[in-house]
Every structure is written in structure tokens, then in C-alpha cells.
Design a protein around this ligand. Structure first.
Ligand code: BG6
Length: 518
């Protein structure tokens, strides 16, 4: 949480969690590794500008880019300028830009270049003097994880990781946090050698989304959901993250990673943890993460992975009225690639609340439309005092958390169709953010970057959570790898623009269920 100061301590009306106080970052700066990457351009740089535009950054905020380019500070500023113009959420204001860009610096060099890290140290010291960044710096590693170890070592060796009294140093890491449990442990260990756990901020940008945080508000600020939030009432849960886009220019990252590692290991398992966890004693980082960790530790896989998982690869098809290529025809993807672009898995939770309730998780690229949602599907009423024909069109009650787009909640229940006979049909009741709140939702990265600068950790997964997620996923990945070796089973092709492979339909049909068509 926001650090307590003596003013807060002596005046209980100004408690740091008081939401009437604006959450503004104190003197600080950020060093960005990976400035030429997609993520920096589309998300990180625009979010920094949006924060500045909302008045949430300190006036002397500084941004240092580090990359293997022969750029001057102005070239870097130009890159940020283009990214901001193209991708920022808020309007462009010249005076905000001018003040922000005065704090931009660029340090050329690669990760093994000692002289470059010396230059970085001097740059930061200069900013502490000229911009008043106060010795407080976050190092954002938006780079492939194989470089994490080298960079944090360099930061240590050049005295950049060291916190002097009254200052802070933090490291921000982007996924993937490894490619299996073992590599995740190694990665965590190499970062942990340099930065204490409280200074490591692992980004899972789904946790920065308003609708994802609202899962906690919905569950724990209301009294009507929690009594039915268990195996007595819930039949099953479906967590869907569907994208209409393909892999775009990301073949280098995506091939060999695939749908399960890319988003199930992190975003979808985090969503599942928030849906299934017990009430935390508090909303501070420790209490929240302990509950998530507990529920992740209770997640189990079924025995028959051949029947309870499915994977696919998109083939050519149509997306938004445009003919699109199949995965194997994307630039940089070899014809032999067995990387899945669609993955579905079945999970259970071994605890009293959820025993026997399946959680179905699916994610795919090039599906029918972009939608992320969690559907909690309830059991049928134990008895229906109607003629069978009256309820032919009644399905199961459901509460759907619409994560994106059309952010909100939908409640599905049965209602009488107006007329002279009793006919009951599904209807929905909707809450839409757009129709209810006048405030626009900030981008996930705005919230998360601000939290890093404030040192506010609840929305960042702890390494135990990351390792639990790999523990859950590893047997599935190994099962698929064995299938590949045998050469008999490959990811099943599905036409772009459809809802994925038929094996995923069969997976649910075996349990007598069907996927929702959002
Ligand atoms: C990223 C994945 O974590 O999330 C991408 O690596 C995916 O493959 C992206 O496209 C989706 O994010 P969002 O916020 O658009 O749902």
C-alpha cells in the first residue's frame, strides 16, 4: 500500500487508503529495457504519457531508454512521441508532452556492455540532480526472459540495484516467466539474488484491468453472490479468452510458446484464482496473494488428459470479412510447427467450496470475435413445477463477468414469455460500465505502472503464484509434447473466424456440456 508518512500516522482522516486522496507517484524515474519492442510502443510509452496527462506522475519524472541503437536523446524522444501519438488513450497536450519529454534520456549499449551500464548509472545520477528523481528508479525489463539474469546482474555490479536509505530501486518483469516450472524457478532465483521479493513487480496486465479487479468488488462487497458461490449451486465455470487477431508479426516470440503458455499460464489462471479464492482478511498485497496462492495450490488436473484437453492451430479463413492466412503461412512459422494457437483445459479444485465443479479454460487466436469472459453456470433448479414443454427453452442460470469488450456483468435467468400459456425462456439482465459510469476506465498499464512507482504490490503475482501456475500446466504441456513425439496427434486445424477445433467441443460434450457462444 501507499507508504505511511507521519502526516498520515497523526491524522487518521488522511489514511493512505483513503480514496479521496489522489494516488500520485512521488519523485521517481523509470529505465526501460526493450524500447524497440511492440509492448513498449503500444502499451508502456503511451501509458506513461497518459499518467502524466492525468497529473499522476511527479513533475520531474524521467524515462531512460536503453537499447542497442546509436540514438541520441532526441531520437528516443521521437520514438516515444510517435508511440504516444498513435496509442495513447488521452488527448495529446503539448505542454504535458514538453514537460515529460525534458526527462527523456537514451543510453546506447547491449546487455553485456559494462561501459553502457556505467553510462546508465551516471545518467540516473544526473537525473537525480537535474530532475529531482530522488534516487528512486524502476527498471522495466520488457525483454525476452533469457536476458533477465544478465540484466539484473549488470544492475547489481554497477551499483544500480542498491537502495540507499530513503530511496528505492524496483524491477518490473514482463511475462513469460519461464517456459515451465523449472525455468520459472531458475528465473525467480536469478532475479531474487539481486532484488528482494518486495522490489520485484511481475506484470500480468489482466490484473490491471478494471473488470478483473471488479471480480473482487462483486464477490466481497455484496451479500447476494457469496452464498451460492460454491459446489452446492455452481455446475461449472467457463473462462474464455478469444481473440480475432492472429499472431501478427510475433512469430519469433510465439512459435514454441503457444496459447497455453502465452495466456492460460498467467491471465486465465489468475482469473480463475480471483473467481475461486476465499475472502482475504484485507486487501493488502500479502492477504490477497495468500488467498490466490492457496486456491492455486488446490487446483488439480484430471487423469485423462487426452479427453480433458484440446489444442488446435488456425487454418486460412475469414476474419472481419477479410481473407486471412493460416498459422503455417504466417511469416516465420515453419511448416512443421506444432505450436498450438488454441488451447482448452479442464481443471478441478480440491477444496470444500469447489469439489466436483469443473473449470473449463480456453483461449484461441483467430476465433470468431474478440471476447474475454468468465461464466459461472449454475445448477438447474432441483424441481420445475411446470409442464415439460414450458421449460424447453430454459437453460441454466449464469452470471457472466464480461472482462472485455462491452465491460460489465450479465445475469441469465428464466422468465415467463408474455402470453396466455406458461412458457419460460432465458432472459438477461445487464450491467454495462459504459452505461453506468461517466469515468472512462484507465488502461491496465496505466494502473500497473503507477502501482510500481507507488510501491503498491497487490496487483502483481508473487513468484509462488507463478510457480503454482506452471505446476498446473506442465503435465498438459508434457502430454502434448509426447503426442507430438509419437507423431500421431497434432494440434487440430480450425478455420480462422470459427470457434476452434472440434476436439474442444468434444471435450465438453463428454461432460454433457457445451461452450458458450459469446
Ligand atoms: C498478451 C499475449 O499477454 O495478451 C498476447 O501475449 C495477447 O498474445 C494479449 O494478444 C491480449 O491482451 P488484451 O489486453 O488485448 O486482451
Amino acid at each position: 500500500m501507499t507508504p505511511r508518512t507521519s502526516a498520515y500516522a497523526t491524522n487518521p482522516l488522511r489514511h493512505p487508503e483513503d480514496r479521496r486522496l489522489p494516488r500520485i507517484a512521488g519523485p521517481s524515474g523509470m529505465v526501460l529495457f526493450g524500447v524497440t519492442g511492440d509492448l513498449s510502443r503500444k502499451k508502456i510509452m503511451p501509458a506513461i504519457y497518459d499518467l502524466a496527462n492525468r497529473g499522476l506522475l511527479p513533475p520531474g519524472f524521467s524515462l531512460v531508454g536503453f537499447a542497442r541503437r546509436e540514438w541520441a536523446d532526441q531520437d528516443f524522444a521521437q520514438i516515444v512521441h510517435e508511440a504516444v501519438k498513435e496509442h495513447s488513450r488521452t488527448e495529446f497536450r503539448e505542454e504535458v508532452w514538453r514537460q515529460l519529454s525534458e526527462g527523456f534520456r537514451f543510453v546506447p549499449g547491449d546487455f553485456s556492455d559494462d561501459l553502457a551500464f556505467d553510462r546508465l548509472r551516471r545518467t540516473i545520477e544526473e537525473l537525480d540532480v537535474t530532475r529531482g528523481t530522488g534516487g528512486n528508479h524502476a527498471f522495466y525489463l520488457s525483454i525476452p526472459p533469457r536476458f533477465f539474469g544478465d540484466v539484473v546482474q549488470q544492475l547489481q555490479e554497477h551499483g544500480l540495484a542498491e537502495e540507499r536509505p530513503g530511496t528505492w530501486r524496483r524491477v518490473v518483469v514482463e511475462k513469460p516467466f519461464g517456459h515451465d516450472l523449472e525455468s520459472a524457478r531458475e528465473l525467480n532465483a536469478s532475479i531474487g539474488e539481486v532484488f528482494p521479493s518486495g522490489s520485484v513487480f511481475r506484470i500480468d496486465h489482466y490484473l490491471g484491468k478494471e473488470t478483473v479487479q471488479n471480480i473482487l468488488a462483486m464477490r466481497f462487497a455484496n451479500s447476494m453472490f457469496e452464498p451460492i458461490w460454491n459446489a452446492n449451486y455452481v455446475d461449472h465455470v467457463q473462462i474464455t479468452m478469444a481473440e480475432d487477431i492472429g499472431i501478427g508479426g510475433r512469430a519469433g516470440y510465439y512459435d514454441g510458446i503457444g496459447a497455453a503458455r502465452d495466456v492460460i499460464q498467467n491471465h486465465l489462471l489468475q482469473l480463475m484464482a480471483l473467481i475461486a479464492m476465499e475472502e482475504p482478511t484485507d486487501f493488502d498485497a500479502d492477504a490477497l496473494r495468500i488467498e490466490k496462492q492457496k486456491v492455486l495450490a488446490a487446483i488439480t488436473l484430471p487423469k485423462r488428459l487426452d479427453r480433458t484437453t484440446a489444442r488446435g492451430q488456425y487454418a486460412a479463413g475469414w476474419s472481419g470479412g477479410v481473407k486471412v492466412a493460416g498459422f503455417h503461412d504466417e511469416e516465420g512459422i515453419p511448416a512443421s510447427s506444432t505450436t498450438e494457437t488454441y488451447a482448452a483445459i479442464t481443471l478441478g479444485i480440491d477444496n470444500r467450496r469447489w469439489a466436483g465443479v469443473p473449470f473449463y479454460l480456453r483461449h484461441g487466436k483467430r476465433l470468431g470475435r474478440r471476447v474475454t469472459e468468465v461464466a459461472v453456470v449454475f445448477k438447474r433448479a432441483p424441481h420445475l413445477p411446470f409442464h415439460a414443454s414450458a421449460t424447453e427453452e430454459l437453460t441454466q442460470n449464469a452470471l457472466v463477468v464480461r472482462v472485455q469488450p462491452d465491460e460489465g456483468l450479465t445475469l441469465r435467468f428464466g422468465s415467463k414469455v408474455p402470453g396466455t400459456s406458461m412458457e419460460i425462456r432465458d432472459v438477461t439482465m445487464d450491467f454495462a460500465y459504459g452505461g453506468t459510469f461517466t469515468e472512462a476506465s484507465p488502461e491496465a498499464y496505466e494502473r500497473l505502472i503507477l502501482d510500481v512507482l507507488l510501491g503498491d504490490p497487490p496487483l502483481f503475482p508473487r513468484h509462488e503464484e507463478v510457480e503454482q501456475s506452471w505446476r498446473i500446466l506442465d503435465p498438459v504441456l508434457e502430454h502434448w509434447a509426447r503426442q507430438d513425439e509419437k507423431g500421431k496427434h497434432k494440434p487440430e486445424p480450425y478455420a480462422a473466424g470459427t470457434w476452434g477445433p472440434s476436439s474442444a467441443e468434444a471435450m465438453l460434450a463428454r461432460d454433457g456440456r457445451t461452450w458458450r457462444r459469446p
